[in-house]
Design a binder for this molecule. Structure first.
Ligand code: SF4
Length: 279
């Protein structure tokens, strides 16, 4: 691949992580594939940037300090969108609204065949963390390592997320972490609309069960799904949105931060807002 083409692909992928539409390159991927299907751009994927997680310290994550500064100040961003989807029908045959615990949801996900993503998965990745978490982190979907381990946000991007959470004094185990779709899309492509529509009742029920004080939407897919919008990530940042009344803060996906360190400072600004809302 030429340098120019590699740069173009890099730029387009960054736009996708910001919430832009997938773009088809004319002479690149096979017919039908989109730039979003380029492997290596998701946490744990085979071609993820060669980041040595042991080196992910405050010195190379400028703007993300190791400890939280005083919360002080009430300069919260203005209110944004509000999305209040109807809950599931408790009297239908759908077991999702009747699932009373996160384990029950995970059990349903483990046997789910509601969309084509079940065909290529090794294991489902329902999410993990505290059932009474004050913060729920939502990403896009499992990558390669997640698919192998059944755990969300592992690999370099996951380790960066752990550091980000540590910087606001929220140990990873005290947060509930999950994705919009629970099975890995082939070649790490972006989940398609019908796949998200099939899977999102699990996410919505998980949020209902956890009852967090704040939701952190990481990446365009998570933000657009939780807020039922096509607005870009850039347009959605710096506002306090609501999902069923719960504040939603939109920020970059850790995989995007590994590719563009310039986004670490804005991400730190976003997570500080989330922390203030939790406090
Ligand atoms: S992605 Fe979601 S809806 Fe699709 S098979 Fe997996 S669990 Fe079911």
């Amino acid at each position: 691949m030429s340098d120019g083409r590699a740069l173009a692909r890099e730029f387009l992928e960054q736009q996708r992580l910001l919430g832009g539409e997938p773009v088809i390159l004319p002479d690149g991927p096979p017919p039908g594939a989109t730039i979003a299907s380029t492997p290596g751009l998701r946490p744990g994927s085979a071609q993820s940037p060669p980041v040595d997680s042991a080196r992910l310290t405050s010195s190379d994550t400028p703007g993300i300090p190791q400890s939280r500064p005083p919360a002080g100040g009430s300069d919260l961003p203005p209110p944004g969108l509000s999305y209040d989807p109807p809950g599931g029908d408790l009297f239908s045959n759908d077991p999702v609204p009747q699932a009373a615990t996160l384990d029950a949801i995970a059990g349903l996900v483990a046997g789910c065949t509601k969309c084509r993503l079940c065909e290529g998965r090794r294991t489902t990745v329902p999410g993990e963390g505290a059932g009474d978490a004050r913060l729920v982190v939502v990403g896009e979907g499992p990558g390669r390592v997640e698919d192998e381990t059944g755990r969300p946000f592992v690999g370099p991007a996951g380790e960066l997320l752990t550091k980000i959470l540590g910087a606001i004094e929220l140990p990873r185990e005290r947060v509930f972490i999950c994705n919009v779709v629970k099975c890995r899309p082939p070649d790490n492509r972006q989940p398609q609309f019908d796949e998200i529509a099939a899977c999102v009742p699990y996410l919505f029920r998980q949020i209902e069960i956890v009852k967090p004080k704040v939701i952190l939407a990481m990446g365009g897919t998570a933000a657009q799904t939780l807020l039922n919008t096509k607005q870009s990530l850039g347009a959605l940042r710096n506002q306090v949105h609501r999902f069923r009344g719960v504040p939603v803060i939109v920020t970059y996906h850790p995989a995007a931060l590994l590719r563009n360190p310039n986004w670490k400072k804005p991400t730190w600004d976003d997570v500080r807002i989330a922390r203030r809302l939790i406090d």
